[in-house]
Design a protein around this ligand. Structure first.
Ligand code: SF4
Length: 357
């Protein structure tokens, strides 16, 4: 066969072959190490990737506590487009009664991941992508990263076979994109469990000098915060209601005290929290502060504000102010623009603890 024939043959093949579409994926990017490694593995295989970052009221981005601010930086390092999606009220509605329950705290991981997958699926349709990529590692998290949970999440979101987890892929069933050969399974990883050795080795391979620490989990996995959110849900004045984002933001600051079925007191712990709380005051709140001594900003929130509630709140506020123990001092009570000054004694430790949420 002459050289010309060879050229002819290959020309014919090129003309007859379907032009191969570049494979495209939507990645759930958190700003943490795992999801960025997952994206790098995809980019290395020539996959075009667009990222989706999810923000909830309890977690800056995905499961990466504190790494949310990094997500833009990470997307820009990876040179991929980033879309940020915020789950607000619909997330709180889910949190009231998650179909698959809670983990060790108030973390509804299976329902939460399902919402994230749905968001990624929507974006996948919009940009005509072929599959979803996540940084999930099998058995890294007890509730949502085991075979059963991953199956449930895929069924719930109708994404069976469409979600590739490059870090654990070799320990998971083949996805559609591996089956059709567009992504080579042999170049994917087999990382399983909570140890980060595999990820750190991979980070070195990709020349990441300063990999971020392991994510600490979202606020809903924190025991103290879980107690607060449980209390908030339990005492909603209308069981059909969903807490407001403002209520949730208030859970993140201060000391919390349950004073009645309809009212609770929040007391700032430092100057920064006092500022934040001042910005969260709503119309029906009562703001109580020590009049004569430095002390915290405090918000009495709820309804049916009887005098006894205002008095108890004043005692608590004085307990955290510089007013002398055992002495009566004055507090400023501000409600609907009106200010009253009343006197109270600081509360004793025993009673204080019995009210703490
Ligand atoms: S820890 Fe669970 S509830 Fe929190 S963001 Fe991650 S998946 Fe969602």
């Amino acid at each position: 066969m002459s050289d010309n024939n060879v050229e002819q043959t290959s020309l014919e093949l090129t003309n007859n072959a379907e032009p191969r579409k570049k494979v495209k994926a939507v990645a759930l990017l958190s700003g943490g190490l795992d999801s960025s490694l997952a994206v790098r593995i995809m980019l290395e295989q020539g996959v075009e990737v667009e990222a989706v970052a999810i923000k909830t009221p309890f977690c800056d981005f995905d499961c990466g506590k504190g790494c949310g601010h990094r997500v833009k930086e990470v997307a820009s390092d990876l040179e991929i487009p980033l879309k940020t999606i915020y789950f607000g009220e619909e997330y709180l509605r889910m949190l009231k009664r998650p179909k698959f329950g809670f983990g060790s705290g108030m973390n509804p991981c299976i329902d939460c991941r399902s919402m994230m997958y749905n968001a990624a699926k929507e974006h996948m349709k919009k940009i005509d992508a072929d599959f979803i990529v996540t940084g999930e590692v099998l058995y890294q998290r007890p509730m949502s990263q085991n075979n059963r949970a991953l199956d449930i999440i895929e069924k719930e979101t109708d994404t069976q076979g469409k979600v590739l987890r490059p870090l654990s892929a070799k320990s998971l069933p083949m996805t559609d994109i591996e089956k059709d050969g567009s992504v080579k399974r042999e170049n994917l990883c087999n990382i399983v469990g909570r140890s980060r050795k595999g990820q750190l080795a991979l980070a070195r391979k990709f020349g990441i000098d300063d990999p971020p620490n392991a994510a600490g989990g979202c606020l809903l996995t924190d025991p103290q915060f879980s107690t607060r959110i449980r209390d908030l849900m339990q005492y909603l004045d209308d069981p059909g209601k969903v807490p407001s984002i403002n209520d949730v933001e208030l859970l993140k600051v201060g000391r919390h005290f349950r004073l009645s079925n309809t009212a609770k007191l929040i007391v700032g712990r430092d100057q920064n929290e006092n500022y934040i709380m001042s910005s969260l005051v709503i119309n029906d709140d009562i703001v109580i502060e020590a009049e004569e001594f430095p002390g915290p900003t405090s918000i009495l929130r709820g309804k049916n504000y009887e005098d006894s509630l205002v008095e108890k709140s004043s005692q608590i506020v004085l307990r955290y102010s510089d007013s002398p123990r055992g002495h009566e001092s004055k507090v400023r009570v501000k409600y609907h623009g009106q200010v009253n000054v009343i006197s109270a004694f600081p509360i004793g430790n025993g009673e204080l603890e019995s009210l703490r949420i």
